[in-house]
Design a protein around this ligand. Structure first.
Ligand code: ADP
Length: 422
């Protein structure tokens, strides 16, 4: 018998065996059987014409859609599949044909299978090379973006540092003039101007140091027992003047999680919440309302800060937490050129995110968009792990003492954690 007829004879068993063994445990048999029929048609054509290229189209198809995981793990899925098909073909031929017919058939199709294996190996290699070169192009584009945002960052930072420096220089020159002209009359006012400039410079430099600590995973936390409600009280007190100046209301709502003892770094958590709240004040018009609310979730406390400010456009909602990424145009920073753009160098939220993530939490924002007229507002969600157990045995001992000192629900006592630093 001719090889073509022998092939036709084993077709039903071949289809059944290959489809069964390659799709076991999945529900792909229906789809796969059509593919196998096409493969077998190609094989029959290759045997009839002596030209193995009849298998090309199906091999292109099979190697043309590798999954990302296959590419990353450098798997040769189609080559593996072909090897299984070859081994099943051998079994099926031996089981269904006489010894001589099986030998004839296998002798005819072995070179065709060899061709198919080589072709597949080449196609899979090409797909991987394409994937790697695309990855390289993407990485290069990322580096270029990073490079651009870094130089943008340097320009903003330089601009930020220059503003208070100019202030200090101006006041110092005026003091010099005053002293030479007529003694010390207005020196006090001028000195307070110098102090403001120095304070602002220190703030910016501290922020830069924090960013670098976070970047290098060196932010260490001083975990202490605390109540969030206590932090909220401190924040409300410390922001009182600016709130009054802006005629804004800060509405702190009591929620069960705010009364729980949790372990966190109170200074760093204060700093994170302070950043979110001062932003809310900054980007909300006068007479606006800011609220702090929250809820308990399994293992976490969610703090929700909502404002009635200008909002944040969807495309910027992730970028504002990125270092370098969120900086607008340098000339809009601290220059008061536009109504709501008097912010800092844009390090506040990346630091906030770094602090929250160092605690094992997460932060994100929701807003219907940015509109300085309609003011759709923004809502910041902060998830803080509700750790009730200290990890350090020394802290555990302290925690035992603190538990005893814990006030009644309506008590006036504050937690002994040091939360005073702003
Ligand atoms: P900045 O020092 O510029 O305020 P942040 O990192 O604190 O830097 O905030 C980054 C940017 O996120 C801000 O410049 C502002 O555009 C936007 N933003 C932050 N909070 C708010 C908010 N509550 N409402 C509107 N925009 C906000």
């Amino acid at each position: 018998m001719k090889a073509k007829e022998l092939l036709a004879e084993i077709r039903p068993s071949w289809l059944q065996r290959v489809s069964y063994s390659l799709t076991r445990g999945t529900n792909l048999r229906g789809v796969f059987i059509q593919q196998l029929e096409r493969f077998f048609d190609g094989l029959e054509q290759a045997v009839t014409t002596g030209n193995p290229a009849w298998l090309d189209s199906i091999l292109y198809e099979w190697t043309g859609s590798p999954t990302l995981t296959d590419l990353q793990q450098q798997k040769n899925n189609v080559a593996d599949l072909l090897n299984k098909i070859i081994s099943i073909t051998n079994d099926v031929a031996i089981e269904n044909l006489s010894e001589q017919d099986a030998l004839d058939l296998l002798t005819t199709i072995t070179p065709i299978y060899t061709y198919a294996l080589e072709k597949t190996a080449r196609l899979e290699m090409e797909a991987r090379v394409l994937y790697i070169s695309n990855e390289l192009i993407e990485m290069q584009q990322k580096l270029e973006r990073l490079d651009r945002s870094k130089s943008n960052f340097i320009s903003v930072a330089a601009h930020e540092l220059k503003t208070p420096l100019t202030l200090i220089e101006g006041y110092a020159a005026m003091m010099r003039d005053l002293v030479t002209q007529n003694g010390s009359g207005q020196i006090d006012t001028l000195l307070s101007g110098v102090n403001t400039g120095i304070w602002r410079l220190r703030q910016i430099i501290d922020d830069m140091i924090d960013v670098s600590l976070i970047d290098n995973h060196l932010l260490s936390l001083n975990m202490q027992p605390l109540w969030l409600s206590h932090l909220f009280d401190l924040l409300k007190r410390d922001l009182n003047d600016i709130l009054r100046e802006r005629q804004q209301i800060l509405d702190v709502r009591a929620f069960p999680g705010s009364e729980l003892w949790i372990y966190a770094d109170s200074e760093r958590l204060y700093q994170a919440l302070y950043n979110v709240l001062t932003n809310a004040i900054k980007y909300t018009p006068d007479k606006g309302r800011i609220s702090i609310d929250g809820r308990t979730l399994p293992g976490f406390i969610e703090v929700i800060v909502t404002d009635t400010g200008i909002g944040i456009s969807p495309e910027n909602q992730a970028a504002i937490f990125e270092k370098f990424g969120q900086l607008g145009r340098a000339n809009l920073h601290s220059s008061g050129k536009t109504k709501f753009k008097g912010g800092g160098p844009g390090l506040g939220l990346p630091i906030t995110r770094g602090i929250i993530e160092a605690h094992g939490g997460t932060i994100w924002v929701e807003s219907d968009g940015c509109d300085e007229e309609k003011c759709p507002g923004s809502t910041f969600h902060i998830l803080i792990p509700a750790r009730s157990e200290p990890t350090d045995p020394k802290v555990a001992k302290l925690f035992g003492k603190l538990e005893k000192a814990k006030p009644e629900p309506d008590g006036q006592e504050n937690p002994p954690a040091d939360t005073s630093a702003a």
